[in-house]
Design a protein around this ligand. Sequence first.
Ligand code: NAD
Length: 315
Amino acid sequence: MKVAVFSAKAYDEQYLSQAGDDLELSFIESRLSQQTVSLSRGFDAVCVFVNDQLDAEVLTALHANGVRHVALRCAGFNNVDLDCAKKLGLGVSRVPAYSPEAVAEHTLALVLTLNRKLHKACNRIKEGNFSLEGLLGFNLHGKTVGIIGTGRIGLATAKLFSGFGCHILCHDPYPSDEIAALQGKYVPLDNLFEQADIISLHCPLTPDTKHMINSQSLAKMKEGVMLINTSRGALIDTQAVIQALKSRKIGFLGLDVYEMEGDLFFEDLSDQIIQDDVFQRLCTFPNVLITGHQGFFTHEALVQIAQTTVNNLRL
Ligand code: NAD
């Protein structure tokens, strides 16, 4: 089995090679797109990540090149035209369950860093400034947390918040029995928006959930709400969120994902100035913390991702 691994980073090479030493793996740094699909010629399968483009044109070209399987090494599959893959007879696999704790813990890391202003405090202390001015936080204990999407990651996140003594409100079309054990309850989305001090997004990106955080939903939220998105960038209308930061409706914003991240985080831009004005605008707010889609990035998660991906390729 010859596999072209697109968007390959050094860690992909390390973990996939260890898990799949019986496969012939070729690692390609470029993102899979119409421009790079020709590199798949001669391979039986491609292995792709969240920002590889698998629209009808790319899938048709993959099929024409002899590729028979697309193995996603991630959970979300919003970047794949599944109907087209089915019509072409291309197999598509993903990694539905890998260390949900990795993303849940990253969610809590964003919350605690923002709340206790650890990023500011760290920079300040390096300058020899031990002042507490502007570092006042609040206890998580007793706060109401709204979890949107209580699948694997949402549930793991709810458990962590519950451990901090938070009240848990949830919204999901398919409720989980485990939320009751946390004294959590399911409520309509509007009630969650109205009552939560912290809102954390854990649902997939679909046509229904795209821009679910928009000017109308933001208007329903508490003044100074903390909004966290470790799911998919386009769940949030970023322009509306910038307005809400300006008006101080949003008190804290933590993002691990960003609407246009395919153009930013997956290219090496370290020697360039990022041209995206919206992203630049977001970065100017001191109460915004952004990480570059690293929620999944723990040793334990990478071992599981590599193992499941390789098993999917062997099927
Ligand atoms: P999952 O499928 O286990 O759970 C998703 C839940 O969302 C399901 O219970 C589903 O019923 C619910 N849902 C669907 N539509 C909804 C809606 N309109 N409102 C509320 N809930 C809705 O998925 P998961 O493994 O928990 O992953 C959640 C998301 O996290 C993924 O879709 C992916 O986009 C993202 N993710 C991010 C990272 C990262 O590194 N930041 C890593 C893995 C996954």
